[in-house]
Design a protein. Structure first.
Length: 276
């Protein structure tokens, strides 16, 4: 089915640092991407700047993908607000990455993914996650014959051993993965409660889990719980704040959508530095 939206760009979302199982399909002559989420496989194609084809039924779209891509939210109003403002860096960032959307990902996958992300670059994170999925996830076959592995359940990773995980290049994060998974299983990490509380309360609660610091907690709050006031500060965002705002950026000015602003910043500064 076709989606018409000028603020929905597959490449920009795939390169925005928020998800790790959305990848270009190398042998496709169109600008196509694969995505594995919520136990499903989806092929997507960027037809033009405002049109995307999703290889799914209308029912599957309404049940899953419409919400996953946050398509009920009007990102255009954020783009227009920044365009009418006086922040020149943000204007350029928004114009460059206006197709980014904050995905509504499965919270447990986000927790484990961003625990893994500590001190790893994106290719290494992707490789590690795929290895974990291949070893602990469920093997499935899509109707078109594509074989893929789902993200493991918390119960499965909670029972994993450090040796098994370290063999997949998790390094010191093995213990963090196991303990976070156990917290989900025993209910001390409750995603329903964290989704309903405030962003500040969610971050505070997440930081009580062994191995989750401030940056990872903010990533989980933003990308896994959809608290769009989350504002993860990594080396790229710190560079933006230091180089373009003299070390003084007020995210409170963008209360209610600061996380969306963060995504535009992250994507644009990586472009400026030749990473994208």
């Amino acid at each position: 089915m076709l989606i018409h939206n000028e603020h929905f760009n597959l490449k920009q979302i795939a390169d925005s640092g928020q998800c790790f199982r959305m990848n270009p399909i190398a042998d496709d002559d169109r600008e196509s991407y694969s995505l594995i989420a919520y136990g499903r496989y989806l092929k997507m194609t960027q037809i033009d700047d405002t049109t995307i084809e999703l290889d799914c039924t209308l029912d599957e779209y309404n049940q899953l993908w419409k919400n996953y891509f946050d398509l009920d939210y009007d990102y255009g109003k954020i783009v227009n607000l920044i365009a009418d403002g006086d922040d020149e860096f943000l204007k350029k960032a928004v114009e460059y990455g206006k197709g980014i959307r904050i995905l509504r990902q499965e919270p447990f996958e986000v927790v484990i993914s961003f625990i893994i992300s500590q001190n790893k670059n994106i290719p290494a994170i992707k490789n590690c996650i795929e290895a974990i999925c291949a070893n602990f996830g469920e093997k499935k076959t899509n109707p078109d014959g594509t074989v893929y592995h789902t993200f493991p359940k918390a119960e499965v990773l909670a029972a994993a051993t450090s040796k098994e995980l370290r063999a997949l290049k998790t390094g010191y994060r093995d213990e963090y993965i196991i303990r976070a998974s156990q917290a989900v299983v025993d209910g001390s990490l409750d995603f329903d409660k964290l989704s309903c509380c405030s962003y500040e309360e969610a971050v505070k609660s997440l930081k009580q889990i062994h191995g989750i610091g401030d940056k990872v907690a903010n990533c989980i709050a933003l990308y896994g719980l959809h608290h769009i006031d989350g504002f993860p500060i990594d080396v790229w965002i710190k560079r933006v704040i230091d180089e373009y705002y003299n070390g003084n950026f007020s995210k409170e000015k963008y209360s209610g959508y600061a996380g969306i602003i963060q995504q535009y910043m992250f994507y644009y500064i990586r472009h400026i530095n030749g990473v994208l």
